[in-house]
Design a protein around this ligand. Structure first.
Ligand SMILES: [Zn+2]
Length: 463
């Protein structure tokens, strides 16, 4: 004990001097903000954030503010940059990335894209890291994989997504076709060498007609085993409880798509949820898949100010497709979800599932599935996803956590990303309105920061 005292004194002295030096040397200070740090902790008022070399140097209530640049955040709210955890890169990649940043999305997880090769992803990351493009941090999975005749070939055989029934794989698509089990090691090692954070495995038979064969349990098991052998995680895309069970049986590391059938919260599924908790298996929300079907019946939604950010061709594509989409989704939603009308409040019972999952201990992660269906647009749809979680009764602090720290935990990058804590990368959004009063206030974006730098937002010039 005698020897410890000088050591302790030394540590205290070091910490005190370090704080002083750090504060005076910071590149940027954002003062007097209400901090909602993404960890689920209560908001802290009158805080100052010090940023140095793109990271958070210090957080405190210092009166002595020395920084190259100071932003007065009085009356404003600071939350971590958002993490979009279910995204599919389109042809027009750089435009989507700009739009994500506009809406405060500072990290994006591409969960498969038939338009984007591993080399293209590596190049985008290089451009992002050298500040050559406006873009969130990029993470991505392996290519889609399928066996002849099974999903995901059906879903991505056409640009319009589901309901095509066409199971032919396009020549130029980046979809890995496994013809025998011997192909599996190559599929995994190519993904690993290609820089993928995880394998993406679609275990699905539809979800809507026409129903096709799922990849068999045997193949699911083999892919998971091989990925784990090569030290890669496997994230499964599922949409019913049969597929959830198949994934758990094989030992997948997460579900990047949720279940959309109305009966999945039956007592018979409690065992599956318990297993997810026991094995720390996260689930990404993807509720915008359902909400997109509500859009044709609520035309006022796409007249909102936020939608003015999108370019004309993005909107005309949606408008032209709307009659076909409306006709196909109406019977499907009414049949699968038992909807009476297309008032958004009809979705409350389905959204309540996510609050229950979270309360039971499942790591719930927000993701909107941009690129899967019409109306799910880069950036804005993630905010809508958060609003849907609020409809299900989740508290704003918890919802913010789902779209920040939980996502970083799922990808095991939480040492650097996902919350506003000392030492982490300074990805943050300054908001004009309090998101704890209503989660839709995450749209009241004042400034977006990535690596401590202000990001350009899109000026709305038209209309
Ligand atoms: Zn998807």
């Amino acid at each position: 004990m005698k020897n410890l005292i000088p050591l302790l004194l030394l540590l205290v002295a070091c910490n005190a001097s370090k704080q002083q030096i750090n504060v005076s040397q910071s590149d940027l200070a954002i003062t007097n903000i209400t901090l909602i740090d993404g960890t689920g902790s209560e908001a802290q008022e009158n805080m100052t954030i010090f940023i140095k070399d793109g990271r958070i140097l210090n957080i405190g209530r210092s009166e002595d503010i020395k920084a190259d640049s100071i932003i007065d955040g009085s009356g404003k709210y600071l939350i971590p940059g958002l993490f979009e955890s279910h995204f599919h890169f389109p042809h027009e990649r750089k435009r989507d990335l700009r739009q994500l940043i506009h809406f405060g999305v500072t990290s994006v997880f591409n969960t498969g894209s038939s338009h984007t090769s591993y080399d293209m992803m590596k190049e985008l990351i290089r451009l992002e890291q050298t500040d050559s493009i406006v873009s969130p941090h990029i993470f991505y999975t392996s290519y889609y994989v399928t066996i002849p005749g099974a999903q995901t070939a059906k879903n991505i055989a056409s640009d319009t997504g589901i309901l095509t029934g066409n199971i032919k794989i396009k020549e130029d698509s980046n979809i890995y076709l496994i013809k025998s089990e011997d192909d599996i090691p190559d599929f995994v090692s190519e993904a690993k060498n290609g820089g993928a954070s995880a394998m993406k495995l679609t275990i699905e038979d539809g979800p809507a007609p026409p129903i096709v064969d799922r990849i068999s349990q045997e193949y699911v098991d083999r892919i998971v085993d091989e990925a784990h052998k090569q030290n890669l995680k496997v994230f499964a895309h599922i949409s019913d409880t049969v597929e959830l069970k198949m994934g758990l049986l094989a030992g997948v590391d997460g579900f990047v798509h949720s279940i959309t059938s109305k009966d999945w919260w039956g007592a018979s599924h409690q065992g599956l949820v318990k297993q997810m908790v026991a094995d720390s298996i996260p689930m990404v929300t993807t509720n915008m898949i359902i909400k997109s079907g509500f859009y044709p019946f609520n035309p006022q939604w796409r007249k909102s100010e936020e939608w003015q950010v999108y370019e004309e061709d993005q909107i005309t594509d949606i408008e032209e497709f709307e009659p076909v989409f409306k006709k196909s989704v109406e019977p499907m939603l009414k049949h699968y979800l038992g909807l009476k009308d297309f008032n958004i409040k009809q979705l409350k019972p389905y959204m309540e599932n996510f609050k229950r999952l979270k309360d039971l201990g499942v790591l719930v992660v927000a993701g909107s599935d941009v690129g899967a269906l019409a109306y799910i647009l880069p950036g804005h749809s993630l905010h809508e996803e958060l609003q849907l979680l609020q409809l299900g009764g989740m508290q704003p602090t918890e919802i913010i956590q789902c779209a920040t720290l939980n996502a970083a935990k799922m990808l095991e990058v939480d040492a650097d990303y996902g919350s506003i804590e000392k030492g982490k990368v300074a990805d943050m959004i300054l908001l004009d309105k309090n998101p704890l009063e209503d989660i839709s206030n995450t749209l009241s974006i004042n400034t977006v920061f990535k690596r401590g730098k202000k990001q350009p937002r899109i000026k709305i010039s038209k209309k």
